[in-house]
Design a protein around this ligand. Structure first.
Ligand code: NDP
Length: 487
């Protein structure tokens, strides 16, 4: 499958294809569950197919863990917590985490290709963002493992026990790293459930964990759909739940966990404002807008999905944005020139199409660069809505796709009021030349992360998490350790 440029600017040249070879990856026809240090068939006897969303080609059959499987995984994590991992001193745990980080680096190309095959994201993103950041999370937390007594949690902070961790499909390997690395560094053991549509890199990570020699049962990876997630969340043997995903499921989980004594962190949806003032360097801001919403097809909880642009520069900003979007290349995720890959699944594509139709029906103006979509697979062109008002569905609901809603403002106070007019509160962006205005805005924006003159920058040392319906608890940094310590 070739990448298709969205360009119609009259350019009479084309990029030559630059496909990354998939030879480096061996996908097994069938995968079991990773429990107690080995792959085992599910007691449920059930399995499902995971697809390449760019071609709809089946990649593998993956086990569907049922109640007995969840039980077995939790029992194995409990045993490891009591007998081995939970007793190891921090400097010993660190060695294992460093080993995992190094093996991820050694096998980086394999991880990147597999991630792009199973998720649909462009190889340049999986290669340059997901995989290096996943390794960085293990390196960073390895550094903490023997220093927890000096981190401000008291002289001897204790692990919580068994962590049940449920992750989504937008950054499959990276979310696994965000969950596992801090839990392991602090001495907990884990049962991780990847998303149904993207289980393969978590299963490769299971191989790496086995290769790194962690005591059996320290990490268990059980695949399955939402039922498996619900079983894990409801299991009486789990001490802590960490969830990333939709606000809807997050609320169900909060109800299940309420009153059980289980610890809980939720990282949920977002509808972030990316605020561009008239004194911002416009070309730089346009790059930031593109990165904010079109990175990873907009499948990003902190995506800058609402552009708030100062009225006096709205015209030029939109013109330059459209010109820039016309140069993006949509197509084969394994082509190194591709900017926009496939939508992760048919249900997600349906959701995007539904919300975009609502935007049109409510009177906003829809624009996309001329763009030929591949015949097979799940695709959606980069899309910009102008003339959006705050009451429009596309200004309120998380679309989780490559769709930008543009609103305008006149004064900084109006920008803050509009930016905060959302039930979410995960992230925001500010583009201005004035340092004082950055600080003024950052103090007023109700968002867990505020980026200034940049967007979508992640670092394991920097805590990430939300307010309101974006959830609670932080991941990353010293604050992220607290979620896994009985301190
Ligand atoms: P979900 O919240 O359903 O999925 C996240 C994870 O939770 C998956 O592993 C899922 O399994 C699992 N899960 C589903 N139901 C339950 C349950 N009742 N109890 C425990 N775990 C469960 O997100 P979707 O994938 O369905 O996406 C729907 C929408 O959510 C998207 O359109 C997007 O708007 C938003 N979303 C937000 C994310 C974020 O990071 N903020 C991430 C992903 C989605 P399975 O994959 O098998 O369903």
């Amino acid at each position: 499958m070739a990448s298709v440029s969205t360009t119609t600017s009259g350019a009479d040249w084309e990029y030559a294809p630059a496909p990354e070879s998939r030879e480096i990856v061996t996908i097994r026809p069938e995968y079991g569950l990773f429990v107690n240090g080995e792959f085992v068939p599910p007691a449920s006897g059930e399995s499902f197919t995971t697809l390449n969303p760019a071609s709809e080609e089946p990649l593998a059959r993956v086990a569907q863990a049922g109640a007995a499987d969840v039980d077995r995984a939790v029992a194995s994590a409990r045993k490891a917590f009591e007998a081995t991992w939970g007793r190891l001193p921090g400097q010993e745990r660190a060695k294992y985490l460093y080993r995992i980080a190094r093996v991820i680096q050694e096998r980086a190309r394999e991880f990147a290709v597999l991630e792009s095959l199973d998720n649909g994201k462009p190889i340049k993103e999986s290669r340059d963002v997901d995989v290096p950041l996943a390794a960085a999370h293990f390196f960073y937390h390895a550094g903490w493992a023997d220093k927890l007594g000096y981190a401000g949690f008291g002289p001897d902070p204790r692990p919580i026990g068994v962590a049940g961790q449920v992750i989504p499909w937008n950054f499959p390997l990276l979310m696994a790293a965000w969950k596992l690395a801090p839990a392991l560094a602090t001495g907990n053991t884990c049962v991780l459930k990847p998303a149904e549509t993207t289980p393969l890199t978590a299963l490769l990570l299971a191989e790496v964990i086995a290769e790194a020699g962690l005591p059996p049962g320290t990490v268990n990876i059980i695949t399955g759909d939402g039922r498996t997630g619900a079983e894990l969340v409801g299991h009486g043997g789990v001490d802590k739940i960490a969830f990333t995903g939709s606000t809807e499921v997050g609320k169900q989980i909060a109800e299940t966990v309420a009153g059980t004594g289980k610890r809980l962190t939720l990282e949920l949806g977002g509808k972030a404002a990316n605020v561009v003032f008239d004194d911002a360097p416009i070309d730089q801001a346009v790059e930031g807008i593109v990165n904010g919403i079109f990175f990873n097809q907009g499948h990003v909880c902190c995506a800058g999905s609402r552009l708030l642009v100062q009225e006096s520069v709205a015209g030029p900003v939109l013109d330059r944005l459209k010109r820039r979007l016309a140069t993006l290349r949509l197509g084969d995720p394994l082509d190194k020139n591709t900017d926009i890959g496939a939508i992760n699944s048919r249900p997600q594509l349906d959701k995007i199409e539904g919300l975009v139709a609502a935007g049109e029906a409510e009177g906003a103006q829809r624009w996309s660069p001329p763009c030929q979509l591949p015949a097979k697979g799940y695709w959606f062109p980069p899309t910009v809505f102008s003339g959006v008002s705050q009451s429009h569905k596309i200004a309120r609901e998380e679309i989780f796709g490559p769709v930008l809603s543009v609103l305008t403002f006149r004064t900084p106070e109006e920008a803050v009021a509009k930016a905060n007019n959302t039930p979410y509160g995960l992230s925001a962006g500010v583009w201005t030349e004035k340092g004082s205005r950055i600080l003024w805005m950052a103090q007023r924006l109700r968002a867990g992360v505020v980026w200034a003159n940049t967007y979508n920058r992640f670092d394991p040392a920097s805590p990430f998490g939300g307010y309101q319906e974006s959830g609670f608890g932080r991941e990353g940094g010293r604050a992220g350790l607290a979620a896994y310590l009985d301190a």
